[in-house]
Design a protein around this ligand. Structure first.
Ligand code: THG
Ligand code: KPL
Length: 273
């Protein structure tokens, strides 16, 4: 259990085993992020992933999270058309995805949508600053709020998202000083990613922080690699390959016994045929 005032720990996980370890390790929130597209499905960006794909992964994660609050990310195209569309999608996330809350990207333009969903009793986590679903409009995965005007725009978004009823908001790739200052002006928590330690909580993608990617792959500056799951998996798979090829695996202890007389009878029965 998290103590009052302590930073909120959030981890993006996409399937049952990763969510299971995140929950066991005491994460406050597990987010089924649409980074799913890039991390688990091998897509170029997050714009391709569908509601049905997200829902399958939400269900998988939700089966594993016993104590972590579980949030599902509304994918691009499933909530921008109207607040009604967004509410319908959010309801599917709760009913079919079995999550407890939803996340959606956008600032003040999404306020009516956030209000609509929260009024229906579904907790909403906002997402401002760098909004990856809009990377084409932002000119790529670019740091936001780097100028006075840019920082003021992020602040305006934060206040609008809070006012609309969001229980918190992700602030992605905003200079630490700006994200910290915005955090002090809000009453709901900010969950930073690439936005410094002044946020009320932090989020990272589990695959990134545990090092489950090949050496040399590009990772954003904000990622700290706390583990080397790629190397460990690679080592294990190589050893398995070698032992199968060398007939060392499976060994006697990995097999099931049969009584001598049954085996003899079996040999006799098959000899005759
Ligand atoms: N796996 C993984 N995939 C992801 C995310 C993640 O968390 N991890 N999060 C979302 C994408 N977000 C980013 C944010 C920043 C960058 C990035 O590359 N930023 C430049 C900064 C560019 C600039 O200076 O403007 C850098 O060098 O860090 C890439 C994807 C979705 N996909
Ligand atoms: C990591 C985070 C919070 C930011 O891009 C996210 O939204 C995701 O996992 O999809």
């Amino acid at each position: 259990m998290r103590k009052r005032g302590e930073p909120i720990t959030v981890l993006t996980a996409h399937d049952f085993p990763s969510a299971h370890v995140a929950d066991a390790a005491g994460m406050d929130v597990v987010l089924v992020g649409d980074s799913l597209a890039m991390v688990a499905l091998g897509m170029e960006d997050t714009s391709e992933v569908t509601v049905d794909e997200m829902l399958m992964h939400c269900r998988s994660v939700a089966r594993a999270t016993k104590s972590a609050f579980t949030v599902g990310d509304l994918p691009m195209g499933s909530y921008e058309v109207s607040p009604e569309q967004a509410l319908q999608t959010a309801i599917r996330f709760v009913k079919e995805g079995r999550v407890q809350g939803v996340k959606l990207e956008g600032g003040k333009e999404m306020a009516p949508t956030i209000e609509k969903i929260t009024r229906a009793g579904i907790p909403v986590l906002g997402h401002i600053g760098l909004t990856p679903q809009r990377q084409n409009a932002l000119g790529g995965f670019r740091v936001q709020g780097k100028t006075c005007a840019g920082a003021l725009a992020v602040l305006e978004d934060a206040l609008a998202v809070q006012e609309a009823g969001a229980f918190g908001m992700v602030i992605e790739a905003v200079p630490a000083e700006v994200a910290g200052a915005i955090t002090t002006k809000l009453s709901v928590p900010t969950i930073g990613i690439g936005s410094g330690s002044g946020c009320a909580g932090q989020v990272l993608v589990q695959v990134d922080m545990s090092g489950y990617f090949p050496p040399g792959r590009f990772i954003p500056k904000f990622v700290k690699k706390y583990g080397d799951v790629w190397s460990e998996s690679y080592r294990a798979i190589e050893a398995y390959r070698d032992e199968v090829k060398g007939r060392q695996y499976p060994a006697q202890e990995h097999t099931y016994p049969i009584r001598e007389e049954e085996l003899e009878a079996f040999a006799k029965a098959t000899e005759e045929s």
